[in-house]
Design a protein around this ligand. Structure first.
Ligand SMILES: [Zn+2]
Length: 882
């Protein structure tokens, strides 16, 4: 549906000066001096898999813009054996490593002249157990079940410096030529194709072709006993690379990648710039996926699809994640943000593009909508929009563009605000400018900045030029200031009055802010949707409305703002809710729940709407309701009100389950299976004895014959059985987890163990975090997973304190800062906040401060919310009983 925006926009063509400047290498933030820059690296790495270390050497062509007497680059946890410049060796004394600054300084005994030079270094470093720099991942090989080890790299944000000394800041682009020595039975993969292979002592030396100019964090190296399948599209060689025996499970990803490549070649207007693209499945070491140029790495379960055993949700996740990472090959790799304060340019855009592409090829999946609704983290990909909005309403929020000074802060930037607020802003802008105009702006931006770096201002500039609309005036309000608005809709006879104010939750005295809001709305009974740019605090909609017409603002839940209707408008809208699309219903639910959280409305406001929107068996509607019920159920752990709430919640969900039942009907849409799984999980959590018995029965038949339970229901059935498990059941699930070679299955078996509510079994589950049973980063994640269940967060915290050092050693760069604080948001008493505060003061580093503040705020919110929720709940139940 196209949105008709009003011609009045033409009046605002005056171009505002952006607070941020366009890209300029010299003034880009960062630690390294800008007077010397690398132009080409030639790097040779020889890993030792026994000792878990490596030796390396490199020559770097550098260009000095002016005479200098020292070179400063990055290196970390590394020893430098020798250094020479233009063939002249430097003395040992001239080589200074600073672990704290993560730099390598070469003090020259002479002045280096302006111009090109060659730096040569020999060094050694270590192979890490967690996804930082060069790492190893242990796994059980498919078919043989033998224990194997492979190598991978994870450099974003600032860990390339752990494998080779380099100018490890994104604006220092250079060409990279990599060579690696590996055992003879290994296959090695990097950004570029293999150029040559030759036998050497202890294995073979693999030499890769030289890359185009790129940022160091995008370099990749993977090696192991690997298989692959390949295809060709638009002249690019595409491969799925996996451990031995798993390549065929990459078929779906390979087909998807070919489809997506063609779509992006057209969308960006610049064809994919490298000769090949490998999508590499790694069975551990890190989670998610990383967009290394030409060699994208994926945690196995978001790349491999086994038609016999994988779920529909896994399939959907694979397409979406492949689409996201491939979008980065242009937006992020070909054109790269200048500095980490603009990380959102990479992530917000790739998230938006990935969803747009996924939706384009799979319209039935309801991609946009389902990514907006919070769900159990084990069942979603990335951050839901509403999760971003929930944190964006708090006092601990930061703007999309935030200053980043240290390396550790760069790691903190990978959060829901960067990804999902970023994505939502782009979606609003696209809708405001129109699809084609927006695409033309992106083409212009890519063409103008390819093989270079940018700031957000460069993007606004391109969009402004192409559209003739004041993008640079509207957009910075969303990226440079924190928070977002609520739009209040009020009827005054035939006029609709609008007022905006900042929307906050649990936030004393928030600074007032104002936005330029591209609103969309629909008058029920009229076919066309309309747009209106709300620039001031107050305004009226230009068209008149007859008194009995309902109006819906923020169509399809596409905008990044909340809407609060006055009583008359709300009643009209709710009365006609059956005429709204699934997305509009979900949007009403999300906003209604947010208004309850913000103490603008009582719980009955939300529950009253729930009664009106159930019945049509729409997945996203139920996902929103189940997520909210799950939150309330966890908040009420140990409270006498809990059984009454569970009864009420079961009564809402049960009729839908009675319609879909356990078994798929012939020819039913694939989304019905997802709805079925959601309902079973929700009702199981809410203690529905019939559902629990049904899950147990299916678990038993699965044990004797796995094909009796469809893959889509397995994670759910295991979750419910695990929750109410006794010791014997716990053991059976654990055995399944130990045996499987599938990363996807392993994950849901261990999560089932993490669901247990019996304190003895909780103790056993969290003990597994110290074992080697799960990939390192996943093992430590068991703890927040168990804490989130809300039954016994104190057991998790006791255990974590005793084992903090071991647990932190299992975290990668992105996980380490927030790990301890991440165990706390599931407490809801103020004394728990004090406990975390005390712990943080003596035990946690400065870079954990933001995560700690966020957790403390969340505990405070939950304590306050619980107090008002219980009487409101009782009032609602009593009112219903009358
Ligand atoms: Zn990304």
């Amino acid at each position: 549906m196209r949105h008709l925006f009003l011609a009045v926009f033409a009046m605002f063509l005056s171009s505002r000066v952006n607070a941020e400047s366009r890209f300029d290498f010299a003034t880009t933030p960062g630690k390294l001096p800008k007077d010397v820059r690398p132009t080409e690296y030639s790097i040779r790495i020889a890993p030792d898999l026994e000792k878990l270390n490596f030796t390396g050497s490199e020559t770097v062509r550098v260009h000095a813009q002016k005479p200098v007497t020292r070179l400063v680059l990055n290196a970390l946890e590394m020893e430098i054996a020798s250094a020479s410049l233009d063939g002249r060796p430097l003395s040992e004394k001239a080589i200074v490593l600073d672990e704290k600054q993560q730099t390598l300084t070469l003090n020259l005994p002479y002045e280096l002249a302006t111009g090109d030079h060659e730096l040569a270094l020999a060094f050694s470093g270590k192979i890490n157990a967690q996804g930082q720099g060069l790492f190893y991942a242990g796994y059980q090989e498919q078919v043989t079940n033998e224990k194997k080890v492979m190598l991978g790299t994870q450099f974003e944000a600032t860990d390339a410096r752990r494998m080779f000394p380099c100018w490890d800041e994104p604006s220092f682009r250079a060409r990279f030529q990599l060579t690696v020595v590996v055992p003879e039975n290994f296959t090695a993969v990097s950004n570029m194709p293999v150029e040559g292979e030759e036998k050497v002592a202890g294995g073979k030396e693999v030499r890769f072709a030289t890359s185009p100019p790129m940022s160091s964090y995008l370099v990749v190296l993977v090696a192991g006993e690997l298989d692959s399948i390949a295809a060709e599209k638009d002249g690019v060689k595409l491969r799925i690379v996996t451990t031995k025996g798993k390549a065929e499970m990459g078929r779906y990803a390979l087909e998807s990648a070919a489809t997506i490549l063609q779509y992006y070649n057209d969308y960006f207007g610049v064809p994919y710039p490298l000769p090949k693209l490998d999508l590499i499945a790694i069975p551990g070491g890190f989670g998610g996926a990383m967009e290394n140029w030409g060699g994208i790495t994926y945690y196995e379960s978001v790349l491999l699809f086994d038609p016999e055993n994988s779920s529909t949700e896994t399939k959907q996740a694979i397409f979406a994640v492949v689409a996201h990472e491939m979008a980065h090959q242009w937006f992020g790799d070909l054109v790269t943000m200048a500095w980490w304060d603009n990380l959102w340019l990479n992530e917000g855009f790739a998230s938006w593009m990935g969803s747009k592409c996924t939706d384009h090829f799979n319209p039935k999946w309801n991609e946009w909508l389902r990514r907006n609704v919070p769900r159990d983290p084990s069942r979603r990909i990335g951050f839901p929009k509403d999760t971003a909005m929930q944190s964006d309403a708090r006092s601990t929020v930061h703007p999309v563009q935030q200053p980043i000074v240290t390396e550790a802060e760069a790691g903190n930037a990978f959060d829901e605000i960067t990804y999902r607020k970023g994505q939502s802003i782009i979606r609003m802008l696209e809708s405001f400018l129109g699809e084609d105009v927006f695409r033309d702006g992106i083409r212009k931006y890519i063409a103008a900045h390819k093989y270079s770096n940018t700031t957000t201002a460069d993007l606004w500039e391109a969009l402004t030029e192409v559209s003739g609309k004041p993008v640079g005036e509207i957009a910075p309000g969303w990226t440079e200031q924190p928070g977002f608005p609520v739009v209040k809709v009020e009827r005054d006879k035939n006029t609709i009055k609008l007022a905006q104010e900042r929307f906050t939750v649990h936030f004393l005295d928030p600074p007032a802010l104002q936005w330029q809001i591209p609103l969309t709305y629909l008058t029920l009974d009229q076919p066309a949707t309309s747009g209106f740019l709300l620039r001031e605090r107050n305004a009226s909609l230009p068209s008149e409305l007859s008194a009995n017409k309902a109006i819906k603002v923020n169509l399809e839940d596409a905008g990044y703002y909340r809407v609060e209707y006055d009583r008359a408008s709300w009643d009209l809208l709710v009365a006609q809710v059956s005429r709204l699309s699934e997305a509009d219903r979900v949007n009403l639910l999300i906003d209604a729940w947010a208004l309850v959280q913000a103490n603008r409305k009582p719980l009955g406001h939300y529950l009253g709407l729930v009664d009106k929107v159930v019945g049509d068996d729409q997945v996203a509607v139920y996902d929103q309701i189940i997520d909210t019920f799950t939150f309330i159920n966890r908040l009420l752990a140990g409270d006498p009100a809990r059984p009454r709430f569970q009864q009420l919640a079961r009564a809402v969900l049960r009729p839908a389950f009675d319609r879909v039942r356990w078994k798929a009907k012939p020819g039913e849409p694939s989304m019905t299976m997802i709805l079925r799984a959601s309902l079973i999980r929700g009702l199981g959590l809410l203690n529905d004895s019939d559902i629990i018995a049904g899950c147990r029965g299916r678990f038993d038949s699965f044990l004797s014959n796995p094909t009796t339970v469809p893959p889509d229901l397995r994670p759910t059935i295991f979750a419910v059985v695990g929750r109410y498990a006794d010791s014997g059941t716990w053991k059976k699930i654990h055995e399944l987890g130990l045996k499987t070679t599938s990363t996807e299955e392993k994950q849901y078996y261990y999560e089932a163990l993490g669901n247990a509510i019996d304190p003895k079994l909780i103790g056993r589950t969290i003990g597994l975090a110290l074992t080697e049973e799960l990939p390192t980063s996943r093992a430590a994640l068991l703890l927040p997973f168990v804490a989130r269940q809300g039954e016994h967060p104190e057991l998790v915290w006791e255990f974590a304190q005793e084992n903090m050092k071991t647990l932190l050693a299992k975290q990668d760069a992105l996980g380490v800062n927030g790990f301890a604080a991440g165990l706390f948001p599931f407490f809801s008493a103020l004394k728990d906040a004090e406990m975390l505060e005390r712990y943080a003061k003596t035990n946690l580093p400065e870079q954990a401060r933001k995560a700690v503040a966020k957790a403390i705020d969340e505990i405070g919110f939950r304590a306050e919310f619980k107090q008002r929720l219980v009487p409101q709940l009782n009032a609602w139940i009593e009112q219903g009983a009358r």
